[in-house]
Design a protein around this ligand. Structure first.
Ligand SMILES: NC(=O)c1ccc[n+]([C@@H]2O[C@H](COP(=O)([O-])OP(=O)(O)OC[C@H]3O[C@@H](n4cnc5c(N)ncnc54)[C@H](O)[C@@H]3O)[C@@H](O)[C@H]2O)c1
Length: 370
């Protein structure tokens, strides 16, 4: 059973298609959507080995010429320098105005290739083909593209909506469990603050989703996550208001990433820690009851999360919340749960309380939790 949805934005709309085996149909679908070649495929060496040829064969079958540019794996290559190298390679290989870029990879590739598509010839169409769970349910939807700067993550970027998003859950088979958990974190996030029924669905099928073997279930789980995120980004394309709900778990999550130097934690892992703290805070401020807190926290605590935060000072985590690029005038704000599947935005939260929330997380995950 495949899932598909259409996302509307200020200048049009684009489809998200979720189906096991859909990589083989990508050429046809791009043709159906009137996208022009040659197609510049931007991907990483291991993924190119794994699925590059399936994509190229499908494109050739639909009459497209292809060019492939390989970028080394890792967040540290999500830079302006990589974007320039990709552009140089594409120009040398004759990618013309009006050609299409295809981003094949996780969130790093999606952000980097999406950014290249946003600036090359002042914008060429991009097809997002996310291959990590995090990219499928989060990064590939909504049109945010970016590269990192030495001063911080995602500081240089552009909004550039994809023309098509094709999700093939069969590729998750080779994704590490650690990266599956990181992607699952963003799915839990959507359930916690937007849809209690979806959260119950995730609770019931957690094991199968993390094993990534049952395609019908994955289509459904990913499709629902995409629909929840889509609804929010449709309402607030440029993150002026309601889109901030997607930052649930991110106030403390970013702080944990910062304190650990972005090296030891996956983004999704940091978000899990941040959500654990935000759930505690939601209860402490009486927005959820004790049962709800326990249920939501145990969903996180039972995940195979292998993080080691031994010796971390909660005061340092609190201080780091001030360094987030989204903090204005020193106001530390949280997205909190208001009951299951519902949310609120707080005003300034006092530093002592932020510190206490960080302490709760460190008490739970302070040692090697896995
Ligand atoms: N634009 C947005 O709205 C948005 C939203 C959330 C996150 N992001 C960005 O996404 C990035 C994180 O994404 P990510 O977690 O996917 O990281 P990632 O792209 O680095 O992928 C994680 C790892 O999985 C590997 N991988 C991906 N697909 C695979 C597959 N099918 N089989 C085997 N290995 C595979 C990658 O090579 C990498 O080693 C960050 O840079 C973050 O800023 C962007």
């Amino acid at each position: 059973l495949s899932e598909s949805l259409v996302i509307r934005h200020a200048r049009g709309s684009y489809p998200i298609e979720i189906d096991a085996g859909s990589l083989k149909r990508i050429g046809q679908r791009m043709h159906d959507h009137g996208l022009r070649g040659p197609v510049g495929i931007i991907t990483q060496p291991a993924l190119n080995e794994h699925v590059g040829e399936i994509v190229r064969e499908s494109l050739r079958g639909a009459g497209y010429a292809t060019r492939t540019v390989l970028v080394p794996d890792g967040e540290r290559f999500k830079t302006l320098a990589s974007a320039e190298q990709i552009i140089t390679a594409l120009l040398q290989q004759g990618l013309e105005r009006g050609s299409t870029i295809l981003a094949l990879g996780g969130g790093v590739m999606g952000d980097l290739a999406g950014f290249v598509a946003a600036i090359l010839y002042r914008g060429v169409p991009v097809v997002q083909v996310p291959t990590s769970l995090l990219a499928m349910v989060d990064a590939s939807i909504g049109g945010k593209t970016a590269v990192n700067h030495t001063s911080g993550k995602n500081l240089i970027g552009a909004f550039h909506q994809p023309s098509l998003v094709m999700i093939d859950p069969t590729v998750l088979e080779t994704l590490s469990l650690r990266d599956r958990v990181a992607g699952y974190a963003e799915m839990i996030k959507l359930g916690l603050v937007l849809d209690g029924n979806y959260l119950a669905f995730l609770e019931k099928h957690q094991q199968q989703i993390l094993e990534a073997g049952e395609m019908e279930l994955l289509n459904q789980a990913i499709g629902k996550a995409c629909a929840l995120k889509a609804k929010i980004v449709e309402e607030d394309e440029r993150e002026g208001g309601v889109r901030k709900v997607l930052n649930f778990g991110h106030t403390l999550g970013h702080a944990f990433e910062l304190v650990t130097g972005y090296e030891h934690l996956r983004h999704g892992e940091a978000v899990l820690l941040g959500m654990y703290g935000a759930i505690w805070l939601s209860h402490h401020l009486k927005y959820i009851d004790g049962d709800c807190r326990d249920r939501c926290q145990s969903l996180i605590a039972t995940l195979p999360l292998d993080v080691d935060l031994r010796g971390m000072d909660p005061g340092k985590v609190e201080e780091a919340t001030h360094l987030d690029k989204k903090v204005r005038d020193g106001q530390i704000q949280f997205v909190l749960m208001r009951g299951l599947g519902s949310y609120l935005f707080t005003g300034h939260v006092a530093p002592e309380l932020v510190r206490e929330a960080a302490e709760v997380v460190l008490q739970k995950f302070g040692g090697n939790h896995g």
